[in-house]
Design a protein around this ligand. Sequence first.
Ligand SMILES: NC(=O)c1ccc[n+]([C@@H]2O[C@H](COP(=O)([O-])OP(=O)(O)OC[C@H]3O[C@@H](n4cnc5c(N)ncnc54)[C@H](O)[C@@H]3O)[C@@H](O)[C@H]2O)c1
Length: 402
Amino acid sequence: MTERQTIVVVGTGYVGLPAALMLARAGHDVVGVDIDENLVRAINEGVMRIKEDELQALMADPQVKANLRAQSTPCEGDVFIIAVPTPLDHRKKAADMSYVDDAMQSIIPYLRPGNLVLVESTIPPLTCRQRLTPMVEKATGLVVGETLYLAHCPERILPGDIFHEIVYNDRIIGGINEKTRQLAAGVYASFVKGVLYTTDDVTAELVKLMENTYRDVNIALANEFSAVAEALGIDGQEAIHLANKHPRVAILSPGIGVGGHCIPIDPWFIKEVDPSNSRLIFTSRLINDEMPARIAARIRRRVRDVQLPRLVVIGAAYKPNVDDPRESPAIEIVNLLREDGYDVAHYDPMIDSMGYSTLAEACQGADMLAILVPHSAVLQELERDRAAIERAMRTPIIERYQ
Ligand SMILES: NC(=O)c1ccc[n+]([C@@H]2O[C@H](COP(=O)([O-])OP(=O)(O)OC[C@H]3O[C@@H](n4cnc5c(N)ncnc54)[C@H](O)[C@@H]3O)[C@@H](O)[C@H]2O)c1
């Protein structure tokens, strides 16, 4: 392995904790720092909150246990990794940088000449140069690129497959100069088997945002095609399926909106720094943000002939097969229906079963089962027990929306 270093990981959530585990397994001395005391305790007790078997096993690995400890305040180290949230400030439609600012301020007293600071949080372009560099140089007297090294190394993991992706995905390492890039690449080389591509910090910042924006714009296109098909009275799914028979066409599937804390948020960080060149990006955001209202309208139309319909809506996660409800369009759809006075039983077996042990039990006396988030387990249960579910319902309307 590369030389053993003390690595302080600030923010031990979905991104920081898996990185801390990998670095500990690679033989580094790792300190996980989090303001959430419960999380700190859980890590020190070897309890893993992210529901992935391989990560749970990694937490129990003796080498990891020996090399990883968690605490609520930073300490001195060789390398600092910042993996705190960068949510959207919904009012300004811009990055809420308060967590990154706080994390940076919290490590400033411990920074020493030669230290390396790696920002894994997703950040708007120019954050390293125009926000973090002046902040740290003013407070420490260190000079970024000369006596302190600062790089942006964005994360690309897919929740649900973190263990594999954190190792095998290619990574972008963005540093202001060659020395910074080499130092940063050295840290990731201790556990990443994908290619480490080095570039400057601003390029790395934009690349990360481009990746999620590419998804958002393409989803918006699929949603727009679906809306046009609906207006024409034809099946949008079938139209997309047939268009994709063209050798150079790969339209994505339309959905109920875009959720999670990356894809619906990161495009705004591009618009924030360059609004005049972000017209397509902005329009795509609007199209995807309109989807929950469109889906709620489709559900309303489906039950318009039923007196005081009782709806069962499945799914609160932002996408199938995960337990993460952040920015979930399904929740927005349910809220819109409830605001309209509909009686909606809403549950997600991946998050909370709400006391129901089967889908048929949840659908007892219902007039519609709307599957907004098609978790595999739900679809399997529906396929297996469809007759019993339909018998349990007052009106057996069953629709899947993505
Ligand atoms: N989750 C993903 O799949 C994913 C993928 C790529 C990039 N990202 C980006 O990575 C960053 C982190 O995301 P996440 O999903 O890990 O978030 P998270 O909410 O799961 O974890 C962040 C952690 O940081 C802690 N924290 C907040 N402020 C702190 C501070 N000042 N000091 C110490 N700890 C602090 C929180 O308590 C929390 O445990 C975000 O910028 C996100 O956009 C996430």
